[in-house]
Write a protein that binds this ligand. Structure first.
Ligand code: NAP
Ligand code: G4F
Length: 393
C-alpha cells in the first residue's frame, strides 16, 4: 500500500511511471493500446487472464496470485480524474518492457464496444468478472447505476465473450463474482441450495448476474462458474466498508488523529474471511473440469459489535467511549445474519480458509496502526492536516 488513503506520497503529477519511466497514462502508467500481441514483442503467453475490477481489493490479490502462477494478466481499468491504481502499483510493469506481464486497458462494464475490443485483443483463457459498484448502502442511492454495472454489465461481458467464441478457436472460462448478499433474509447457514431473498438493489443485481451465468451455461455451453462469496476483508479493503472503517478509525483515535467513530447497525452478523484466501477459491473454480456454483465462506459468524470489540482489544482501547450511532449508516432493508456453509468447495476443490477471524482483525489493525503512525509523523511535521475521517459512504 502506498500512503494514507491509498494515495502515493510524493507522486502528484502522474508524469513519472512506477518503474521510473516517464509516461502519460493513469498514475504514470502507460495503458496498453496496441493490437494483437498483448504481451510485448515476444510470443504470447499460453495462459492469459482478463480481470474486470483489477483496481479493487479482490482484483489486486487475484492479479498477484495469477502473476505468481505465470499468467499474463490483463486488467480493465476505468478512466478517472484521480489515481485509482494504488492497490496494484507494486505489481505494475511498464508496457515498454518486453516481458511485462501485467497490462491495463481502459474500459468499463457500461461500454459494450470497449469490452468486445479488449476481449478480441487480449484473447483471454480465463476471465474474472469482479468489476462492480459493490457498496450495498450506496446501491440504495444509485439503484439504476448499480443495476447497469452489476447486472447489465455482466450481461454485456457474457455477450462479448459469446461473440468472441463464435469467431475464434478460443473458449475462455469465466468466473462470475456473485455475493452472499443474494441470500438476504434467508436464514443461516446458507449454502448453494438456499433460496435467494435479496434486500438491496445491489443484491438484486447480483442475483441477475448469477442467473445470467446459469442461463449462458445452459443455453450456449459457456464455462461460467458463479462464486457466491461471503464477506472478505483485508488491509486493502475499501475504507467505507465497516471492517476497514473500524480499523482505520480506532487506530487513528488511538494516536489522537481522530475523536469519534460514527457507525450504524452493530447487531448485523457477517461471515468474515480474508480476501487473499478467497481469490485462491476463484482460481480453483476455473481449474475444475466443469463450471459450477460454489459458496465460499469461513463457517463462522460475528456481529459488527464483536468486530469492534476484537479490534479494540488489539489496541487495548475501550471502544464504547469513542463510538457513536449515526442513523445515516442504516439501510432501508438490512441483511441481519450471514453464515456460509462451504462444504461443497471444500469437498470438490479442496479449498479451506487459512486466516481466522481474530487473525484477520489483527492483520487489519496492525496495518492501519502503521498507516496512522506514518500519518502522525506527517501531521507533526505540518505536511498533512489533522482531520476527522469522513466515514462517508
Ligand atoms: P471493490 O474493492 O469495490 O472493487 C470493485 C472494482 O470494480 C474496482 O476495481 C472498480 O474500479 C471496479 N468497477 C466499478 N465500477 C465499474 C465499471 N462500471 N466498470 C468496470 N469496473 C468497475 O470490490 P471487491 O471487494 O474487490 O469485490 C470484487 C467483486 O466481488 C465485486 O463484484 C463485489 O461485488 C463482489 N463481492 C465482494 C465481496 C467482498 O466481501 N469483498 C463479497 C462478495 C462479492 P474503480 O477502482 O475505478 O472504482
Ligand atoms: O461492510 P459492509 O458495508 O458490507 P456488506 O453490506 O455486508 O457488503 C459487503 O459484503 C457483501 C458480501 O456479503 C458484498 F457482496 C458487498 O459487495 C460488500 O463487499 O456492512 C456490513 C454490515 C452491514 O450490516 C451494515 O449495516 O455492517 C453494518 N454497518 C454498521 N455500521 C455498517 C456501518 N456498514 C458500513 N458500510 N458503514 C457503517 O458505518
Amino acid at each position: 500500500m502506498n500512503g494514507f488513503n491509498g494515495n502515493n506520497f510524493g507522486e502528484g503529477d502522474g508524469a513519472k511511471g512506477v518503474n521510473g519511466f516517464s509516461g502519460n497514462g493513469v498514475n504514470g502508467h502507460n495503458l496498453h493500446s496496441g493490437h494483437g500481441n498483448g504481451g510485448g514483442n515476444g510470443s504470447r503467453s499460453p495462459r492469459r487472464a482478463l480481470i474486470t475490477g483489477i483496481t479493487g481489493q479482490d482484483g489486486s490479490y487475484l492479479a498477484e496470485l495469477l502473476l505468481a502462477k505465470g499468467y499474463e494478466v490483463h486488467g480493465l481499468i476505468r478512466r478517472s480524474s484521480t489515481f485509482s491504481t494504488g492497490r496494484i502499483d507494486h505489481i505494475y510493469d511498464d508496457p515498454h518492457w518486453e516481458n511485462a506481464n501485467l497490462r491495463l486497458h481502459y474500459g468499463d462494464l457500461t461500454d459494450s464496444t470497449g469490452l468486445r475490443r479488449i476481449i478480441e485483443e487480449v484473447e483471454p483463457h480465463e476471465v474474472y468478472n469482479l468489476g462492480a459498484q459493490s457498496h450495498v448502502r450506496v446501491s440504495f442511492d444509485q439503484p439504476e447505476y448499480t443495476a447497469d454495472v452489476v447486472a447489465t454489465g455482466t450481461l454485456r461481458l457474457f455477450e462479448a465473450i459469446r461473440d468472441y467464441i463464435a469467431i475464434s478457436r478460443n473458449s475462455p472460462k469465466i468466473y462470475q463474482a456473485c455475493s452472499s448478499e443474494m441470500f438476504g433474509s434467508s436464514s443461516p447457514p446458507q449454502n448453494e441450495q438456499t433460496p435467494f431473498h435479496p434486500r438491496s438493489p445491489y443484491a438484486v443485481s447480483k442475483v441477475a448476474g448469477y442467473h445470467y451465468g446459469v442461463n449462458y451455461r445452459e443455453a450456449y455451453g459457456l464455462f461460467i462458474s458463479n462464486g457466491i462469496l461471503f464477506n472478505h476483508e483485508s488491509p486493502r479493503r475499501g475504507g467505507t466498508f465497516v471492517t476497514r472503517k473500524i480499523t482505520r478509525a480506532l487506530t487513528r483515535i488511538k494516536l489522537g488523529l481522530q475523536e469519534t467513530l460514527f457507525l450504524g447497525n452493530l447487531d448485523a452478523k457477517r461471515d468474515w474471511g480474508f480476501a487473499g484466501d478467497y481469490v485462491e477459491a476463484m482460481w480453483r473454480m476455473l481449474q475444475h473440469d466443469r463450471p459450477d456454483d460454489f459458496v465460499v465462506a469461513t463457517g463462522e459468524t460475528h456481529s459488527v459489535r464483536e468486530f469492534l470489540e476484537e479490534a479494540a482489544n488489539v489496541l487495548e482501547m475501550d471502544w464504547e467511549r469513542v463510538v457513536e450511532f449515526d442513523p445515516r449508516y442504516l439501510r432501508p432493508a438490512e441483511v441481519d445474519a450471514l453464515l456460509g456453509d462451504a462444504s461443497k468447495i471444500r469437498e470438490t476443490l479442496g479449498w479451506t480458509p487459512t486466516v481466522t477471524f481474530s487473525g484477520l482483525v489483527r492483520m487489519m489493525v496492525e496495518h492501519d496502526l502503521n498507516l496512522a503512525e506514518r500519518e502522525q509523523v506527517l501531521a507533526d511535521a505540518g505536511h498533512v492536516m489533522r482531520r476527522q475521517a469522513s466515514g462517508d459512504e
